[in-house]
Design a protein around this ligand. Sequence first.
Ligand code: SF4
Length: 233
Amino acid sequence: MKINVYEIFNSIDGEVNAMGQGAISTFIRLAGCNLNCPYCDTPKSRLVKNGTKYDVDQLVDMMMTRSNQSQKITITGGEPLLQAEAVTEFISKMQQRESIMFTIETNGSISLFKDCPEELMDKADVCFTMDYKSSTSFNNWSFIEDDSYFIEGDWLKIPIGDKFHLEKPYKKDLIKLLNIQKGRNFQIALSPIYRNKKQYNQLVADVIEFCMAKRISHRVIINTQIHKLIGLK
Ligand code: SF4
């Protein structure tokens, strides 16, 4: 089976993930995305034609012979679950050869329950960080309600682009998501989307005020994208 890769690099996982922000990770960014978010920071990876197609075995060999590879691999995109079968085969083959933790970053448009191989969901050492897209791109909380595969160790990341996102109707969805989370134990992070430090500081202040006023400050964290703050990829 072929897998379409945009790039491979080492960095820290600055987003929320099962091992915690700052985990050292090798990133495999897959090519191709089904969304077009206005704040996309890797627009070139959206296009299938910008990737390089490898046999899964070839990618496994490449990863095994890399001298500088982390024991955590973050599979990101683009949208990696558009290649869910190939991702499953890749993880299975890597896990047969080495003990590696995987996190998969998904845009939330693909149901883990309906559209992904069961084998992927059943795997140990595989966790998900799922974006909850605002009404400007894609709105998918119903997947999260249905997806019993989305569990402890997984993160739901909610981009907050401006104060509007903390007002209706987004606020209503957030409260609903918090109710769904109660019985399931996945974790929720609010993630300010910003162009400069001033905007970031304002958004964080707005989020703190909102969480305190709604008495949910113990139920969410702020995803700070620490790799960006220190100038890493
Ligand atoms: S889902 Fe991710 S890769 Fe796709 S357009 Fe949105 S931010 Fe970019």
